[in-house]
Design a protein around this ligand. Structure first.
Ligand code: TTP
Ligand code: MG
Length: 360
């Protein structure tokens, strides 16, 4: 096992537009956008780099784009073609690892930590994959290579189009320190403005704040900020799109002193969980339940019961209550967050294994 993970983030360059230009060479070198016609309120999905020079962007109303770039060539969306290209690209990824997490048709994370090709070099693997994509599809991709998803994703934007950027483990600290906070995944315009108000511009500027201070300012996202601004992101590359668990949690406005005070909140959480569970399109069989408690000092503990459950609110409430009492005894101090959730077996899989389930 490598001491650090090796994560690649791959992102195709102006994907839909690139496919269209590939398929119609007369468009090469000209400003091209893919999207709805300018009548009505149509918007663009994307534009090639020639069009971007005129300020044409994804999600821009087509009419606006044509005002800014009168020579813009407009091509209608043809999803089938983009899907076919996406599948071809994924086939190439699969030659290197099965730890692939697609984010959209043109973007994916790959965990190549255990990959033996190219002498195990993630940099060379990324180069080889990009070359193979070009040879196979005549499309260019950009890549970011680093120790986690957060940094790999930021890095893939650094040398776009048709380039790649490696942030080695010893460069991570400095790289992240200088990163504007707006680059952090999940920081939108509103959060960014709020962070700027603290006098903070870069991830480095965020580091003097304690986890508690950030949690007070930004809720549960504050805890992620605390880690991300230090370049820490332990999220795995999730190759399995099948839902494995589902949970709901509450951060209390005031810490709760003991297990009894936590149990008062259980009915609310059960209602939330029920809504979420019933809303799912796909039915999963519950294969276990768990609770999570975060004490006021941010120590966190989870406790689980495995076993088959059907949706029976009274029974589940009783079981969750028991787990909450047991989990609280592990810390025996005030609590800032309580969560409850299910572990699942997918019904299809369960059926294949010969188990029978009926919906409760
Ligand atoms: P992106 O990867 O965001 O953009 P891109 O590939 O066009 O350009 P870049 O070189 O900057 O990566 O999105 C991938 C595709 O998804 C894009 O080609 C079109 C589609 N898309 C939409 O349909 N609507 C949108 O708002 C965006 C952002 C993308
Ligand atoms: Mg892209």
């Amino acid at each position: 096992m490598a001491a650090h993970r090796k994560i690649i983030h791959l992102d195709m360059d102006c994907f839909y537009a690139a496919v269209e230009v590939r398929d119609n060479p007369a468009l090469a070198g000209k400003p091209v956008a893919v999207g709805a016609s300018p009548t009505g309120r149509g918007v663009l999905t994307t534009a090639n780099y020639e069009a971007r020079k005129f300020g044409v962007r994804s999600a821009m109303p087509t009419a606006t784009a044509l005002r800014q770039c009168p020579d813009l060539i407009l091509v209608p969306v043809q999803m089938d073609k983009y899907r076919a290209a996406s599948q071809a690209i994924h086939k190439i990824f699969a030659d290197y690892t099965d730890k692939i997490e697609p984010l959209s048709l043109d973007e994916a994370f790959l965990d190549v930590s255990d990959c033996e090709q190219c002498g195990g070099s993630a940099t060379l693997i990324a180069e080889e994959i990009r070359q193979r994509i070009y040879d196979d599809q005549q499309l260019t991709a950009s890549a970011g290579i680093s120790v986690n998803k957060f940094i790999a994703k930021v890095a893939s934007d650094w040398n776009k189009p048709n380039g790649q950027t490696v942030i080695t483990p010893d460069q991570v600290d400095q790289f992240v320190a200088e990163l504007p906070v707006g680059k952090i995944f999940g920081v939108g315009k509103v959060t960014e403005a709020k962070i700027h108000k603290l006098g903070v511009k870069t991830c480095g500027d965020l580091r003097p704040f304690s986890e508690r201070e950030l949690a007070q300012q930004f809720g549960s996202f504050g805890e992620r900020l605390y880690r991300l601004c230090r370049g820490i992101d332990n999220r795995p590359v999730k190759s399995d799109r099948v839902r494995k668990s589902q949970s709901v949690e509450r951060t209390f406005s005031q810490d709760r002193a003991d297990a009894a005070a936590l149990l008062e909140k259980l009915p609310d959480l059960m209602d939330d969980l029920e809504r979420r569970y019933q809303k799912q399109k796909q039915r999963y069989a519950i294969n276990g339940i768990f609770v999570k408690i975060k004490f006021h000092d941010f120590q966190t503990t989870t406790m689980a019961h495995s076993g088959r459950y059907f949706w029976d609110k009274a029974l589940l409430s009783h079981e969750f209550a028991q787990l909450i009492e047991q989990a609280w005894l592990r810390g025996q101090r005030a609590v800032r967050l309580l969560g409850i959730g299910f572990q699942f077996v997918e019904l299809d899989t369960a059926a294949k294994q010969g188990d029978l389930f009926t919906d409760a």
